[in-house]
Design a protein around this ligand. Structure first.
Ligand code: ATP
Length: 372
């Protein structure tokens, strides 16, 4: 490994403390640098024999290569590596507050302001990676670590990260099921996928932060909704159920819709995420860690998006939940954004649900190939 020494120097320089976490391949411990008293995290990979070990070493080399080449305030920094008899040690910057996942579980969900704070940092970190042709490929709340209670975050676990050529594509099946992009599930069809997979995973995390549960889940499988996790993802089939999403603003929903777009060519890019009104039209003081560059002039084209269409989709969702309305029904909203009428496509007649008058449509408004 680059920069790795074949001595048992780790124990001379660091003392290991309590375990901080455990992944598939490694255990992570708190450690203290003896000469400075500084605290770090050390990720220890046990040495194994056989095929498993070989793929583990490949992954490790990749993780080290990626970590050594990156330096960004929102990416976990690699301090040192050691190759010892009992394992390989990666000494990493410490994220004392642990996983964002635990924070969400504790608080049930984050406010929009808190979520925005987290996502400005994540978008910038992923933008930095993508500009360097690095795809993370395993973004999930467990790999987003908290440095402090102010929601300063670091993206971690580069075990699956891959450096791709400008023109090349990555086709390995990897990632965590709930967070993988549809194009990854289609790799058996030799579909190629790129940086866009990180945007999808970030979209899943964004959704979870704002409501506390995932958009795609096998637990949503019922007789009336007989779609497996993979089918839900492949069809981009998710919704914004009431009452959990009632207080979330339309810009956030619009951004999620764009990130969880099945068609890779239509999916928003990380640069566009940073320019989305959900970030640019908010109170600038809430945007910690945002560079001046990325705030300049971002109230351009995207700030004039018409959110009413998204609102209509969302209202339809809410009404569907309440009235058990079939997906063939579409709600259109009046000027004041109140739901007005519902047409039943199969019966071809209208039933007035609310008071105001407005134009109605049938059979349209499906987004991402199947939201309801
Ligand atoms: P996976 O099974 O997801 O591939 P892994 O074996 O690569 O995981 P990590 O995800 O990097 O291991 O680390 C496992 C856990 O250890 C993390 O989820 C987190 O709880 C903790 N951890 C990792 N790095 C740090 C750090 N720098 N500071 C604090 N805790 C950390």
């Amino acid at each position: 490994y680059p920069r790795t020494r074949n001595t048992s120097a780790f124990a001379q320089q660091y003392s290991i403390q309590e375990q901080l976490g455990k992944g598939h391949f490694a255990s992570v411990y708190l450690c203290i640098e003896k000469c400075t008293g500084m605290r770090y995290a050390v990720k220890k990979f046990e040495k194994r024999s056989g095929d498993k070990a070989r793929s583990q070493v490949d992954g490790l080399q990749q993780e080290i290569a990626v970590l050594m080449g990156v330096s960004h305030p929102s990416l976990l920094c690699l301090k040192d590596t050691f190759d010892e008899d009992d394992g390989v040690y990666l000494v990493l910057e410490l994220a004392p507050e642990g996983e964002l996942f635990n924070w969400i579980v504790m608080k049930q969900k984050l406010t929009e302001e808190e979520t925005r704070r987290v996502f400005v940092q994540l978008f910038q970190a992923v933008k930095y990676l993508h500009e360097r042709n690095i795809v993370h490929r395993d973004i999930k709340p467990e790999n987003i670590l908290l440095v402090d209670k102010n929601l300063t975050v670091k993206l971690a676990d580069f075990g699956l990260a891959k450096i791709i050529g400008e023109e090349s594509f990555t086709t390995t099946l990897c990632g965590t099921p709930s967070y993988v992009a549809p194009e990854i599930l289609k790799t058996s069809n030799h579909r190629r996928y790129t940086r866009a997979v990180d945007v999808w995973s970030l979209g899943v995390v964004l959704y979870i932060c704002l409501c506390g549960f995932p958009p795609f889940s096998d637990e949503l499988y019922t007789a009336e909704n007989p779609y497996t996790l993979a089918q839900q993802i492949l069809a981009g089939r998710f919704d914004y159920p009431s009452p959990y999403w009632d207080s979330v603003g339309d810009p956030a929903l619009d951004l999620i819709d764009r990130m969880l777009t099945v068609d890779v060519d239509e999916r928003i890019t990380i640069d566009e995420c940073l320019m989305h009104p959900w970030l640019t039209n908010s109170d600038p003081s809430s945007l910690v860690g945002r560079s001046v560059d990325s705030t300049d002039g971002l109230t351009g084209a995207m700030s004039h998006l018409d959110f009413s269409r998204r609102k209509a989709v969302r209202e339809r969702t809410l009404l569907s939940a309440i009235n058990d309305v079939k997906i063939t029904q579409v709600v259109e909203l009046g000027e004041d954004m109140s739901p007005v009428k519902i047409f039943e496509k199969n019966q071809g007649k209208a039933s007035h649900q609310a008071t105001a008058a407005a134009q109605m449509k049938t059979g349209s408004g499906k987004e991402n190939g199947g939201k309801k």
